[in-house]
Design a protein around this ligand. Structure first.
Ligand SMILES: [Fe+2]
Length: 418
């Protein structure tokens, strides 16, 4: 697809994702990590304004408001001052209408630039980066509004129900397809992005890694399996947990994944419901579990006498798999009981810390702040989720979040030594 067509499609998709939300919905911020929809709409436009339109002094671009440079800067210290992330929800001005006008203003200038057809390769590369950046924010828009709506006692739905499970209730007698572990022989493998398609800087350079023989589960861990962990005292057994995770589990009184509620309280007895973007629903034991932290994923793996895969193990397998799965285009916004492929449904936590690949150098300038400066204290997630755009996914893609994060659609795929 031409870059201009990609630009139109990605920008329109962001608008489509915001469309079911009222102006009040788009204003709310339910925790420091989660941004208001309105802020996502503005910040993704700010990216094009700051790094493409304003960067071209000869282009004659003028911002509708020079203060937006500070207001919608996320974390780029070399760009200058920025507004406090935890207080983005207090920005009742500019209004939603003004933010939408800002988007149109940026679109007008960006599309004129693309239509002229004489933009330099570095400018085109930055526009392409801006589109992948916007796709990342599309996923965050959904996880963040899920947290906001899910924190509301009314538990309102973002979108309509996608099937009849809520009506019939989960089929507790339904049998799991047993997990099988596929074995892979160890050796030297190539890891990282290669080729001409888009990739973020943190996916390279492609390099050799040594893997011992390992086995990887052929599917994600389900809610039914996770319920067994809960009922077996998984949240009460310190021997299963990393120290930081156990402290957090105690302090936050974790007893189940984020958004799960037990009607009878306690540790897994009674009926569990989970808040989804279609509203609260009975937990379906056949669906992949989501909204667990790294600590919970790691504890579950230990309980299951397995471990989490490394990112290299996962990528070794993913490179041979078709790029299929339950992505955001399905309109479910939730994992599927019988997923459509190796990818999608839930990002899987790997046991790999998010660090630079051998030979990695962050790009010069402000864009160098995009990924490189976060390579500390976070873990790598792989594979994409039910909230990820399909065109955003590839085997070398490295997502990363702190080990305590639960509001992303993060799940578990088990591995073992072979
Ligand atoms: Fe961003």
């Amino acid at each position: 697809m031409r870059l201009l067509d990609q630009y139109r499609a990605v920008r329109a998709q962001t608008e489509a994702l915001a469309a079911p939300l009222s102006a009040e919905d788009q204003q709310v911020q339910s925790m420091p990590d989660a941004s208001p929809t309105k802020w996502h709409l503005a910040h993704t436009s700010w990216f094009f304004e700051t790094f493409v339109l304003s960067a071209d002094a000869a282009g004659g671009y003028r911002s509708p408001d020079s203060r937006y440079r500070m207001l919608f800067n996320s974390y780029y210290d070399t760009v200058g001052e920025r507004f406090d992330r935890a207080r983005r929800g207090t920005l009742s001005r500019p209004s939603l209408a003004e933010v939408r006008a800002y988007r149109l203003h940026v679109d007008d200038a960006a599309m004129r630039l693309l239509e002229k057809g004489n933009a330099s390769p570095p400018v085109l590369a930055t526009i392409e980066l801006g589109l992948h950046h916007e796709q990342q924010h599309q996923e965050l828009l959904l996880t963040d509004i899920k947290h906001a709506l899910g924190s509301n006692p009314l538990q309102p739905a973002y979108a309509a129900q996608w099937d009849s499970v809520a009506a019939r209730g989960p089929d507790s007698d339904a049998e799991h397809r047993p997990t099988t572990f596929r074995t892979f022989t160890g050796g030297v493998v190539w890891i990282g992005h290669e080729g001409t398609g888009f990739a973020f800087d943190n996916e390279g350079p492609r390099h050799k890694a040594f893997l011992r023989s390992f086995a990887l589960a052929d599917r994600l861990v389900t809610c039914g399996e996770y319920l067994r962990f809960i009922r077996d005292g998984g949240y009460r057994r310190p021997d299963l947990w990393l120290s930081d995770g156990w402290q957090l589990c105690q302090r936050e009184q974790w007893r189940a994944p984020l958004y799960w509620r037990s009607r009878q309280g306690g540790d897994g007895e009674g009926d569990w419901t989970s808040y989804t973007l279609a509203g609260p629903r009975p937990v379906d034991p056949l669906e992949p579990v989501v909204h667990v932290s790294y600590f919970e994923a790691d504890a579950f793996a230990r309980w299951a006498e397995a471990r989490l895969p490394t990112e290299e193990e996962w990528e070794r397998v993913a490179e041979e798999e078709p790029l299929l799965g339950n992505f955001v285009e399905s309109g479910r916004y939730h994992p599927a009981a019988r997923g459509g492929g190796f990818f999608g449904d839930a990002w899987i936590w790997t046991q790999s810390p998010y660090v630079a690949y051998p030979g990695y150098r962050a790009p010069a300038g402000a864009i160098g702040e995009y990924n490189g400066k976060f390579m500390c204290n976070q873990m790598v997630l792989r594979g994409g989720s039910c909230l990820t755009p399909a065109s955003h996914m590839r085997p070398s893609y490295r997502n990363f979040f702190p080990p305590a994060a639960r509001w992303q659609a993060s799940g578990i795929r088990l591995a073992r030594d072979a």
